[in-house]
Design a protein around this ligand. Structure first.
Ligand code: DC
Length: 229
């Protein structure tokens, strides 16, 4: 069967990574979490002290952006891809609240986006890829054969994130997460370059009231339709 490109975009914490990963595993495609790439650049900035009281040291970041190498490797046990920053596994470190609260700012920087979009397009050259993010269907792969735009209410997304972090034993407050979700929605939708928006030819999925199983079934159906064409 001919391989296609699948772009899954949507708001933060709406479960798109889980659905994209599950689909990729089921159909034998490569999965790329483009948000993890913005998170890895953010972690790099934290580790290299580029967040200054007066703002991000964009001059230094611009000089160093080509030295930031982000790769993905499968965890042999879980079969899930893990994010590596310059050869070091940073999968856990990029999911902290500190990174979550700073990543939207990093993702507004034009040269960061250009560098990451170029890497993402390179990764998708051979097709057979599921990539999730904010601008995959609009900017990275505008010709993707299947585009999905996922959404759910901010309260439900914050609740899901809260439960996920609590299950991992993290000390977090619902209010803090809810505020972070709303703030990221605002920055994601209002940045000048590649703001979060549904591509005209993307299929809308509001999963506020769907179970994971119902969502999986729905997605399988969309994949079948897209590959039958
Ligand atoms: O999906 P996520 O929450 O891990 O994404 C982290 C941040 O990166 C999010 O605030 C928006 C940004 N992002 C982006 O601007 N473009 C993408 N393609 C993916 C993520």
């Amino acid at each position: 069967m001919k391989k296609i490109t699948i772009a899954i975009d949507g708001f933060s914490s709406c479960g798109k990574s889980t659905m994209a990963k599950d689909l990729a595993q089921e159909i034998g495609y490569i999965y790329i979490d483009s948000g993890a790439m913005y998170r890895a650049v953010t972690l790099y900035c934290i580790q290299n002290d580029l967040f200054k009281p007066e703002g991000i040291d964009t001059e230094t970041l611009r000089k160093q952006i080509d030295q930031i190498l982000i790769t993905f490797h499968l965890n042999p046990q879980t079969k899930r891809p893990q994010t590596y920053l310059n050869g070091k596994n940073v999968e856990k470190e990029i999911r902290t609240m500190e990174v979550s609260s700073k990543v939207s700012l990093i993702s507004t920087i034009d040269f960061v986006r250009q560098a990451l979009v170029a890497q993402q397009q390179e990764m998708g050259k051979a097709k057979g890829i599921v990539m999730d993010g904010r601008d995959i269907g609009t900017t990275v792969f505008p010709n993707a054969e299947l585009k999905i735009f996922v959404t759910a209410s901010p309260e439900i997304r914050a609740q899901r994130r809260y439960e996920e972090l609590k299950a991992k034993g993290k000390e977090v407050s619902f209010e803090e997460i809810f505020a972070n979700v709303k703030e990221r929605d605002y920055i994601d939708q209002n940045r000048t370059i590649s703001p979060l928006r549904k591509a005209d030819d993307a299929i809308l999925l509001d999963n506020s009231n769907l179970t994971i199983e119902q969502q999986k079934e729905w997605l399988s159906e969309q994949f079948k339709k897209a590959t039958a064409q």
